[in-house]
Design a protein. Structure first.
Length: 110
């Protein structure tokens, strides 16, 4: 399957915990001139992450629940020149276990 790396260029790919959160987040991003693609599942978000988005936004629950590290695989599948920002929304900030897991599994180390 050929991936369209420019397919989501300039767009943010978002997985929100609820449909209401997704719609509110999309409205905020689009009011700032940022295109947003909503994903209902982690699998869809990972597929879209391979299409060249500007950034990925996920809630901390997704990072903690991703036992198979699907998101980490999608980030590692980026070309070496790519620097895909993954924003983890956390209630408690940097002390969140999800933030620690995200740094350990999603960071690019060479």
């Amino acid at each position: 399957m050929k991936l369209d790396r420019a397919g989501l260029e300039g767009q943010v790919v978002l997985l929100a915990p609820t449909g209401r959160d997704a719609q509110a987040s999309r409205a905020i991003l689009e009011s700032a001139g940022i295109g947003c693609t909503l994903c209902a599942t982690l699998e869809k978000l990972c597929a879209h992450a391979r299409e060249g988005p500007a950034a990925v936004i996920v809630p901390e629950e997704v990072v903690l629940a991703d036992a198979g590290e699907n998101l980490a695989r999608a980030v590692r599948a980026q070309p070496v020149w790519s620097d895909l920002p993954v924003i983890v929304l956390s209630r408690v900030g940097v002390e969140s276990p999800a933030v620690g897991k995200a740094m350990a599994t999603l960071g690019r180390c060479g």
